[in-house]
Design a protein around this ligand. Sequence first.
Ligand SMILES: *Cc1c(COP(=O)(O)O)cnc(C)c1O
Length: 371
Amino acid sequence: MEHNILVTRSSMPGFEEYCEEIKELWDSHWLTNMGVKHKQLQAELENLLNVPHVTLYTNGHLALENVIAAMNLPQGGEVITTPFTFASTTHAIVRNGLTPVFCDINAEDFTIDTTKIESLITDRTCAIVPVHVYGNVCDVEEIDRIAKKYGLKVVYDAAHAFGVKYKGISTACFGNASMFSFHATKVFNTIEGGAVCFSDDALVQLLNDMKNFGIHGPEEVAFVGGNAKMNEFQAAMGICNLRHLDAAIVKRKAVVERYRSHLDGVEGIQLSPIQADVESNYAYFPVVFDEKKFGASRNEVMDALAENGIGARKYFYPLTNTFAAFHGEFDANKTPVALHISKRVLTLPLYEELALEDVERICKVILNCKK
Ligand SMILES: *Cc1c(COP(=O)(O)O)cnc(C)c1O
């Protein structure tokens, strides 16, 4: 029996490298609350991403929840977003007392369909939360135009897009702010973790207070904040992983190119496009199966892979606007492209250490399903 292949596997530095990085924590006994590792990682990221400010969080979701809160939007305000994403995006809006208004995605790169945004704008619309899904960059120029025209805030869910550049500019730099996730399964991880990137100086203190109970000074608690600070062990993991980020992306690129060499142009298979002017991070490899043309459905392909010890993921299925949590409040038929893609998409195994022979094996199983 051949070895099992999981859909993802976390990038890690060498054991000694990490031990070396955390050694001084045993001298200082300073484990969290914006210690030296936290400050170092923050500075390294500001430098790498070429963005004025980075604030670090214990996870990406709280980063998104906090930055949306920091936009000071009216309670019950409407936020335009997409349902073809991880639960976190929609939940961050709803948990802020805001109403998500779901815009459809485009059928090519699965990001928000900017031609459909303006028809969803009402006098209660206050923000747009687009997602750089799979690391595909949204139409940031058109979103910027619409936001300026209607006076809307823009917060990007850039959880998938760490290391991605558009026209040479990091995805950290668009909109009012961008959120990255550094979860174990992402291209760059701090075990769990996240960041908010932005240029408005006025947000620095607010976000720092917000992730630390609203504590503004030694004897002043200015508002009811939560706790979302990144600890020193997470930051140390980030410092180590950052040293190897470029090499990790090179390996991911080779995996993606091998997948493309077998699957590109196969009838009934749609791959994510190679976007113009975009430097990719090769975060995910989504494949959309058209059962009529391919001869097998997404679920049949997934079952065949499972029988061969290969993991794949229906990412993203179901759409967030169909979650039981929302008790039928939203109608997924209003986002037909997202609905169509979610029923047909499968993301294939993709991680730094995935061997090219394993990619061959995976493609063979998939192509064997073709009728
Ligand atoms: C991973 C992810 C998040 C949040 O991430 P955590 O760091 O796990 O909290 C948010 N949005 C999207 C699209 C994600 O994939």
